[in-house]
Design a protein around this ligand. Structure first.
Ligand SMILES: [Zn+2]
Length: 200
């Protein structure tokens, strides 16, 4: 089964054993995306694989994606009970696509981020910062435009749940999602992160 099919079965099956088995497969997939990116950047930075560092980064990512998947399943099961089958299929396709796009990017950015974070920890003579880089065009939301150019130390958070922000429509709002180490503000966000390395 490909990822779309796994998500569809995960969301709609009533078999709990099957559901947990599929959830593990989906989690493995996103952790793998993150690990591949992290290994590539680690190689570039001359860092050597270390199991304890690796587990430290994998566990929170797994936990975070699991939370998203549970929310996705609950929404789909609610729809399954209330809308026509054609609408359910459409909704499922739309949400799966959004989840795959968002979490592939998030896993990729997080893998890169964690390699640099690790680099900073073993090389304190360097000072690493990260910059939020938005694509500025007619589709850019106010939140991403507002965050564009923000530069902070690598080990800090770009977005903290509960903090005041400029919302997508340009008004004042509160950021109410997970704490963010990487530059993703909302689903379908196109933002990127630039890592800056300076010798102290
Ligand atoms: Zn964005």
């Amino acid at each position: 089964m490909n990822l779309d099919e796994l998500l569809a079965v995960f969301a709609l099956t009533n078999n709990q054993a099957e559901q947990s088995e599929i959830m593990e497969k989906i989690l493995d997939y996103f952790v793998e995306v993150m690990n591949i990116r992290r290994s590539t950047v680690m190689n570039q930075l001359g860092l050597v694989f270390n199991q304890s560092y690796s587990s430290r980064f994998n566990a929170p990512h797994r936990y975070y994606v699991a939370g998203l998947l549970i929310g996705f399943r609950d929404r789909m099961q609610d729809y399954a009970g209330t809308v026509a089958e054609s609408e359910l299929i459409e909704r499922l396709a739309w949400e799966s696509e959004r989840l795959i796009y968002g979490e592939t990017r998030n896993s990729d950015l997080q893998g890169e981020h964690d390699a640099y974070l690790w680099f900073q920890e073993v090389n304190p003579q360097y000072m690493l910062t990260k910059t939020w880089v938005a694509i500025i065009d007619s589709k850019t939301c106010h939140t991403c435009a507002w965050l564009n150019g923000t530069t902070i130390p690598i080990d800090q958070l770009f977005l903290l749940a509960g903090q005041p922000i400029i919302n997508g429509r340009g008004g004042e709002g509160v950021y109410s999602y997970i704490d963010r180490q990487v530059s993703i503000a909302h689903p379908n966000c196109r933002c990127n992160v630039k890592i800056n390395v300076e010798r102290r």
